[in-house]
Write a protein that binds this ligand. Structure first.
Ligand SMILES: [Fe+2]
Length: 254
């Protein structure tokens, strides 16, 4: 029994050290935080656990486009559940299986060999952390600089890009995410199911690459305000999108 406990504690400790990784409460303190996600920044977290990052704005800050109650439940209930269940899933895994140093990005790169709980909850935590930084009060407008140039050269115009991104958001059946990614130096639009993302090494993930922009199209992201009208929610997103985050992710994308 003692040996089992010692082994369990060792595994938990090594998992904490190797997995601990992202200081999730720092993820969203500033726009740069979204870049840190992609740069595999490793920071200590409390007890090696992932924690729910604070929103970089108030729950009602995106009103009237995204309502306060939706933001509050989405962040404090849905995202918190992914964090809680991610930590539970990690407790059951030998840290050596994951290697070191360990980040969610590295976990995703070998997700085809890991328990589905890591896929769902690791994806849920990563995607939502990114998503909060994709929005801001008084957002919207158009991207600037190199991202603007790349969008125009790839999709012919910003309006055509918006049309294709909205189309991908609408066509995702059931729950999932729409993405703009950089893959082999090219911008691409697509979507993933459930909490999958373009960093996951899975055949079923149709779009691969470095995330530049993402939109949560689960009903929990819009049902209270928009009910079944996903198109209205997508239109609202364009009023709060934080292009600075996308520009920073594009600037550091490999
Ligand atoms: Fe969500």
């Amino acid at each position: 029994m003692e040996n089992n406990n010692s082994r369990r504690n060792f595994l938990k400790k090594s998992a904490a050290i190797t997995i601990g990784a992202l200081a999730t409460n720092a993820i969203l303190n500033k726009t740069q935080a979204a870049v840190n996600l992609v740069e595999n920044e490793i920071l200590p977290v409390d007890g090696g656990k992932y924690t729910l990052p604070a929103l970089p704005y108030a729950y009602d800050a995106l009103e009237p486009h995204i309502d306060k109650l939706t933001m509050e439940i989405h962040h404090s209930k849905h995202h918190q559940a992914y964090v809680t269940n991610l930590n539970k899933a990690l407790e059951t895994i030998d840290g050596n299986v994951l290697g070191s140093p360990q980040t969610l990005e590295n976990i995703f790169s070998k997700i085809d060999k890991l328990p589905v709980a890591l896929r769902n909850n690791g994806g849920g935590h990563y995607n939502h952390s990114l998503f909060w930084a994709m929005m801001k009060p008084n957002g919207g407008g158009e991207p600037k600089g190199k991202l603007a140039d790349a969008i125009k050269s790839t999709f012919t115009s910003f309006d055509e890009f918006k049309k294709q991104f909205a189309d991908a958001s609408m066509k995702r059946f059931g729950s999932g995410w729409a993405w703009l990614v950089l893959k082999d130096g090219k911008l691409k639009i697509g979507s993933t199911a459930n909490q999958d993302n373009p960093l996951m090494n899975l055949d079923s993930v149709e779009i691969k690459g470095t995330p530049i922009l993402t939109l949560d199209v689960w009903e929990h992201a819009y049902y209270l305000k928009n009910q079944n009208r996903r198109a209205d929610y997508i239109a609202s997103f364009w009023n709060v999108v934080n292009w600075e985050t996308a520009e920073n992710l594009f600037a550091t994308a490999k």
